[in-house]
Design a protein around this ligand. Structure first.
Ligand SMILES: *Cc1c(COP(=O)(O)O)cnc(C)c1O
Length: 421
């Protein structure tokens, strides 16, 4: 069931008309649906009922603390990739023992914060990182629990920029070095081996690469145990794709993914850890925006909207598709138009879509870009000195601004002109 739907010809988020949010908060703005977050989380978690599993939501997909608090209430853990995300997860009430720390470039200060908090484990991605973690832990009289993120050399992911599990990617320990990495970790006094970790990519719309990765890691777990290591957990990362509405891709439903994981890991005797991001957040958010101008070009029409690539970079970065709909549904006698939908930024890449057919629109009309809940606000910037846009969380007939729109004065306050000028 969708929670961004038309009622009496106008688009709502749950029970709140988007028009009223636009009036109050202004545009552009991100609007999230609590009911959708809750539904996605429970559909995902339920697909692993009956097995020992931790769902560690990937904070980078949507890191607003209100979203993290929503998921914390449902029992979610967190996968963080920086000290900043760790702080967010803790503030939002995610217990430290449900937090895993991933990322190729952890600093000693970040390790220290995570050790102090007492997180579940570090997903270590290189030997130099392992050695620094060992020193950092020893200097605090602590022992750091770790899994190595191994690179299974599996091709997966909806775009080159979100494929992470191939040997040419920067992520993880090279497959052929995995056993020797574990052997070194076992010799370090500040390190305790607890598991194995992989994350092969994002927006994966087919179970085959996951199956391949699980089978390879299953073999590795057997070899590691034969070497005398204790392997309690198997973190299979995130990456399950979602429908974006462009019809040529239909990712498997979470229930099928869950059944596959259960089947392939049944004999491994491990706790499973999952790091879903997009699957939880992607379709729980939209970008609400206004048509500034309809501009006639030589051979096409441009819809210039008040959102831009700094607010939602996915189309520019990944050639991503987003469904676009008007907030006020077209009447019965509407005409169909073809538009390039673009933002105000001074870059040709600031294009959300080309030659998209939709009901004809006018200056001032509100439109939404769907499936913008993941890697939307989290990847936004203030390029062109456009203030970060507000985030709004809807729950039933209530809503709250969960990130304010800063003023230009707020932005300028962080800069200064040196006294020699
Ligand atoms: C980005 C990321 C995820 C989440 O990926 P999704 O495709 O959003 O599910 C999980 N784990 C790691 C290590 C990541 O970098």
């Amino acid at each position: 069931m969708r929670h961004f739907d038309y009622k009496n010809g106008e688009l709502y988020a749950e029970n709140v008309p988007l028009r009223s949010i636009a009036d109050k908060v202004g545009t552009p703005a991100y609007i999230y649906s609590t009911a959708t977050f809750e539904r996605h989380y429970s559909v995902f978690a339920d697909s692993f009922s009956g097995i020992d599993a931790l769902v560690a939501y990937s904070v980078k997909a949507n890191s607003n603390i209100a979203i993290l608090a929503t998921l914390a209430k449902m029992g979610a853990g967190a996968d963080v990739v920086s000290g900043g995300e760790l702080a967010r997860a803790l503030v939002a009430g995610i217990p430290a023992h449900k937090i895993v720390f991933s990322g190729v470039g952890k600093t000693s200060a970040e390790m220290r914060d995570a050790l102090k908090a007492g997180i579940r484990l570090f997903n270590v991605e290189s030997l130099p990182e392992l050695r620094l973690l060992n020193q950092t832990a020893l200097s605090m009289n602590k022992i750091a629990p770790i899994a190595f993120r191994v690179n299974p050399d599996v091709t997966a992911g909806g775009h080159d920029k979100i494929s992470t599990g191939k040997k040419e990617n920067k992520f993880g320990i090279a497959w052929k070095h995995a056993q020797s990495a574990y052997a070194e970790a076992a010799r370090l006094k500040g390190i305790k081996i607890v598991g194995v970790d992989v994350h092969i990519g994002s927006q994966i719309d087919d179970l085959a690469p996951f199956e391949k990765a699980i089978e390879k890691v299953g073999e590795l777990i057997k070899r590691l145990r034969a070497d005398g290591h204790t392997i309690q957990s198997f973190d299979i990362g995130g990456g399950l794709g979602i429908p974006y509405g462009d019809n040529n891709k239909t990712p498997p439903p979470p229930a099928e993914y869950g059944a596959m994981v259960k089947r392939l890991t049944a004999s491994l005797d491990v706790e499973m850890i999952f790091e879903p991001g997009r699957m939880i957040a992607g379709n729980a958010g939209i970008l609400l925006t206004k048509v500034l101008y309809v501009k006639e070009g030589e051979d096409r029409n441009f819809l210039i909207i008040d959102a831009a690539m700094n607010d939602l970079i996915r189309p520019a970065l990944y050639d991503a598709y987003h469904d676009i709909e008007p907030v006020i549904a077209a009447g019965p006698n509407f005409t169909q138009e073809t538009y390039d939908v673009v933002g105000p930024i001074c870059e040709s890449g600031d294009t959300f879509t080309k030659s998209r057919e939709m009901p004809s629109l006018n200056d001032g009309d509100l439109v939404v870009l769907h499936s913008a809940g993941a890697y939307g606000a989290a990847q936004s910037s203030q390029y062109n000195t456009r203030p970060l846009i507000p985030e709004v969380l809807v729950s039933g007939d209530k809503y709250a601004v969960i990130r304010e729109r800063p003023s230009v004065a707020d932005i300028l306050k962080t800069e200064s002109i040196p006294d020699w000028l």
